[in-house]
Design a protein around this ligand. Structure first.
Ligand SMILES: Cc1cc2nc3c(=O)[nH]c(=O)nc-3n(C[C@H](O)[C@H](O)[C@H](O)COP(=O)(O)OP(=O)(O)OC[C@H]3O[C@@H](n4cnc5c(N)ncnc54)[C@H](O)[C@@H]3O)c2cc1C
Ligand code: SF4
Length: 508
């Protein structure tokens, strides 16, 4: 045997560099479902099922196209860790080298390197061509910059790729259409929403769902509602459905929330993208084509492209630039435990209950629910960032560490002290009231910071500004909010502190 080609669970890409000069007569593909990947954080049943189903479909595709695949199914792997399986296979097959596309997780990369070094087998790490940029390009761009801002990296990528460019100028005359993209649904609500295309589980997926239910009986996730795309063909259908029915209003409602409406105008493509079932170039090309046909306005298309060409590439660059230290950052010195209700959704706060229940059930919440409901609450409460990170990594179907960690630690918890986000995203219950209908059905009042019906977000918002007043008083973007706190009467501040302390002791 010549080489062992390792396909990781989030690298289900038949066009990856792994298969460039593949020789089916002597190379062997290795794939393994190991216990550690669903146990190092308590991965939800939906997330685990999605990974396993997509992996098994990919195995079948490789086998059908002439590859020799050694595949270890859950519970049948010769070791509980990926490194252990690789070690076992090195002993069994004596390959001349192991090849892998650069892993999306520092922990996995480190463990693989160690396993191969211990057995003196070369590990060849190939670039991940799925992305537009490489960690090296990001590092070169970041060199010498004090702050790393998405906007400038995104513009550099647009210039380099020509995406949404007309010569040297941005299409539509502007780099950014955020001002058009902050709509809420108002009292009338969103009306009849186009239901996204779901995928009825086939026999293979049904088998996975049964196995996962047996292996992980106590984990979050409603397997009866599993309808995620698990193959490239399904991912393409999901993309077409989004472009046809939701992209035109994606921009205007991308920050809006509505109770019991998990999808709104979002694409639901993150998991398929992160598993590499679909190429981001294909996704962006479809959005650009919709604009060219007059089907979707520039504000929607630019807003969507910004998420994929911008944020997705940016957070990956940051992850590889700053790991492994990044995972331990805690700039605000937050130490509280994650409230137990994050694992049950059992809380009186209507916004949290809705975002948590759909997260635990479906493995999905859209960006503003993650940032301005579950993330915001943890930030305001002062939860230790690592605990927040582990929760996010466990519960979302699209959670892979390179994308999850910077979003959680940097964007949502400000644990990197402003490296990624220009300010902590803090807001009171009034923001949630403006962007959703949650507050109208809640027993709390978003206007009130203390008293029986005080909104926990509003209490904790003022408490956050109070606790961090010295740090942020001169901050260019948060200073005004701190100065508003300075104008509160001492008696009001005292009541807020008591209420915040009570929330911290009863909820953690
Ligand atoms: C605290 C927090 C944790 C997050 N964790 C993850 C995660 O584990 N995995 C993940 O893929 N995204 C994560 N995001 C980003 C974003 O919330 C999800 O990508 C999005 O909600 C997925 O749903 P969608 O496919 O319907 O996205 P859409 O709203 O339709 O957006 C289109 C695509 O843009 C990309 N995208 C959008 N925002 C971001 C972003 N901030 N960073 C990177 N890519 C982005 C995704 O690939 C997404 O599919 C997180 C955001 C926050 C605030
Ligand atoms: S009142 Fe506060 S807790 Fe209730 S839904 Fe509104 S923001 Fe959430």
């Amino acid at each position: 045997m010549r080489r062992l080609l390792l396909v990781l669970g989030d690298q289900l890409n038949a066009d990856s560099a792994l298969f460039d000069d593949h020789d089916p007569t002597s190379d062997v593909v290795l794939m393994a479902e190991v216990a550690e990947e669903s146990a190092h954080v308590p991965s939800s049943r939906v997330r685990t099922a999605l990974f396993l189903s997509a992996m098994r479909h990919f195995r079948d595709r490789l086998t059908a196209t002439g590859h020799t695949v050694r595949y270890h199914e859950l519970g049948a792997a010769p070791a509980a860790t990926l490194a252990g399986v690789v070690g076992h296979e090195i002993e069994a097959l004596a390959p001349v080298e192991i090849r892998v596309v650069q892993p999306g997780d520092w922990r996995v990369r480190d463990a693989l390197r160690l396993a191969c070094r211990k057995r003196a087998v070369p590990l060849v790490e190939l670039p991940d061509r799925h992305f537009f940029s490489s960690p090296g390009e990001f590092a070169a761009w970041a060199e010498g910059r004090k702050e790393l801002r998405l906007e400038y990296f995104y513009r550099a990528l647009r210039r380099r790729t020509g995406i949404l460019m007309a010569g040297d100028e941005p299409v539509g005359g502007d780099w950014n259409f955020d001002a058009d993209n902050r709509g809420s649904f108002g009292r009338a609500g969103p009306g009849l929403l186009p239901a996204p295309l779901g995928f009825v589980p086939d026999a293979l997926t049904r088998g996975v769902l049964t196995e996962v239910a047996g292996h992980l009986p106590d984990r979050a996730g409603n397997l009866d509602r599993f309808d995620w795309p698990v193959t490239s063909a399904e991912a393409t259908l999901a993309l077409e459905d989004f472009i046809a029915h939701r992209l035109p209003l994606f921009g205007v409602y991308q920050d809006a929330m509505w109770q019991h409406e998990p999808w709104l105008y979002h694409s639901r493509l993150s998991a398929a993208l992160n598993l590499k079932l679909i190429d981001p170039r294909q996704v962006i090309a479809a959005a650009l084509d919709a604009h060219a046909r007059g089907h979707a306005p520039i504000a929607a298309v630019e807003g969507f492209v910004r998420q994929i060409l911008g944020w997705r590439e940016f957070v990956r660059g940051l992850y590889w630039l700053r790991m492994p230290d990044y995972a331990g950052l805690n700039a605000l010195g937050a130490t509280a435990a994650l409230p137990a209700f994050y694992w049950t959704g059992d809380t009186d706060a209507a916004c949290l209950k809705d975002a948590l229940r759909q997260t635990l059930d479906l493995g999905y919440a859209h960006h503003i629910q993650r940032l301005m409901v579950t993330g915001l609450y943890a930030l305001l409460l002062g939860v230790e960032p690592r605990a927040v990170h582990e929760w996010y990594l466990a519960v979302y179907v699209d959670a892979v560490e390179w994308v999850e960690l910077p979003n959680v630690l940097g964007m949502s918890q400000y644990a990197d002290g402003g490296l990624l986000a220009s300010k902590p995203y803090v807001a009171s219950g009034r923001y949630i009231d403006r962007m959703s209908n949650y507050c109208s059905g809640c027993r709390f009042d978003p206007q009130r910071a203390s008293g029986e019906d005080a909104c926990p977000f509003t209490t904790l918002y003022w408490d956050f500004l109070d606790r961090h007043a010295d740090r942020f008083r001169r901050h260019p973007r948060l200073g005004q909010q701190v100065r508003n706190r300075d104008r509160l009467a001492e008696a009001d501040l005292a009541a807020i502190r008591v209420a915040a302390r009570r929330l911290r002791t009863t909820e953690t």
